[in-house]
Unconditional design. Structure first.
Length: 406
């Protein structure tokens, strides 16, 4: 999303062109495109199509123009218009339901910008539910001139790109309800066949809290994941979501694999103002090496921002990707879970320069959450004789990289 926004700002800054705010329709075809004779329209095949959730909801505020840009809405509306025209029985896939279908179309859209134009790109795979080998794969793209403030550019690019995809499918597969009967169940779909496993949509940190392979992380890292994977020391495991709280921004994952390295909570979850702490995480993934980082600081306040629930402030530096990582004491006990940092950019614009203002969820709320959901965990008392190096090594060994795929 950050890359998308930067590209958008760049191309908007280079062009002053405005065009009519007019939506395209499915009644016309792009130049040079035609349907084969005999193709059944409207087509009665029961189709389910998948679009990654983060693409459906993508939006950002264009401050220079003073308006919201909503690629996700344009994508959903444009693709829906095309599917309803060619496949009236088509539905956007809901992985929580169990419906009948004949063909499954996996769409992986991306956006690009060039010389005042929005370019919609759509990679696609068609599956029949019987084999993991796609019946058809391909990629289409279409560009339209951006209309300042009109909002139709993303809709038009999505409509035309989806139209090119469906025409390709109709021409090459010649589907029908008889050829691809609705005998498959959506609940039986292997989600790995849909998710883009080459590029996670979000990354964070987690840590084991017991010996049976269960770990804690931040809930916001796991938003609408199809597949969750955790990685440590080059070993990668699939994980399933067992419990979560958006209020606490906390989640428990289960790997199903025993762990010899796990972290205890402090007994009675006492938090001491000023005590030294370590934060472990996998920050700036994609830029830094895929090994955990450890930073040092102290508990600087027992409360967080106004209105926040159960947060405390600590000064150990954190970066994007650290969310969900453990905040540990010098004796190796979990004092909290890293959840957020202060928005430095916003404050700098107001003439304030914050330094190392980070927030963790207090371990007493973590303990309450684990007890509520009946997860086993251990607690240890403060031990001033513990070696800090030993404690840090244990935290590093118990921490994992968490990746969410859609």
């Amino acid at each position: 999303m950050r890359f998308l926004k930067l590209c958008f700002l760049l191309f908007c800054g280079l062009t002053l062109l405005a065009c009519a705010n007019q939506r395209m329709t499915t009644k016309t075809l792009p130049k040079g495109v035609a349907l084969k004779k005999g193709v059944q329209l409207p087509n009665s095949t029961q189709v389910r199509y998948y679009i990654p959730h983060n693409e459906q909801t993508s939006r950002f505020f264009f401050a220079r123009g003073g308006f919201w840009v909503e690629p996700g809405k344009g994508l959903l509306d444009g693709s829906r218009a095309v599917f309803s025209h060619y496949f009236p029985q088509a539905k956007l896939l809901d992985v929580t339901t169990n419906e009948d279908y004949g063909l499954l179309i996996d769409l992986q859209p991306t956006w690009d910008f060039e010389s005042g134009k929005v370019i919609g790109k759509m990679a696609y795979r068609v599956l029949d539910g019987k084999s993991t080998t796609p019946l058809l794969t391909g990629e289409k793209q279409f560009s339209v001139t951006y209309d300042w403030g009109g909002g139709s550019a993303f809709y038009n690019a999505a409509l035309r790109t989806t139209q090119l995809v469906l025409i390709d499918i109709l021409n090459k597969l010649e589907p029908s309800a008889e050829k691809y009967p609705a005998v498959n169940k959506t609940a039986a779909i292997d989600l790995k066949d849909l998710a883009n496993m080459e590029k996670p949509v979000s990354l964070g940190t987690g840590f084991y809290f017991n010996s049976i392979g269960q770990l804690l992380t931040a809930n916001h890292v796991l938003d609408e994941c199809l597949i969750i994977r955790v990685q440590s020391e080059g070993k990668e495991l699939d994980a399933t979501l067992k419990a979560s709280s958006s209020l606490l921004d906390l989640a428990v994952l289960n790997t199903g694999t025993a762990s010899t390295q796990y972290l205890p909570l402090r007994k009675n979850q006492e938090l001491i103002l000023g005590e030294m702490v370590s934060s472990v995480g996998y920050p700036l993934q994609g830029l830094l090496a895929e090994t955990p980082n450890l930073t040092r600081g102290n508990v600087s306040a027992k409360s967080g921002m106004k209105g926040s629930l159960g947060h405390f402030q600590f000064s150990a530096p954190i970066q994007p990707g650290t969310s969900g990582g453990p905040i540990i004491s010098e004796s190796g006990q979990v004092l909290g879970v890293a959840v957020s940092t202060l928005n430095s950019k916003y404050l700098i614009e107001k003439g304030i320069l914050p330094q190392n203002v980070n927030f963790g969820l207090d371990a007493k709320y973590v303990a309450q959450f684990l007890r509520k959901h009946q997860f086993s965990f251990s607690e240890t008392a403060i031990d001033t004789k513990n070696n800090i190096q030993t404690s840090n090594d244990a935290a590093l060994a118990a921490s994992v990289r968490v990746a969410c795929y859609q």
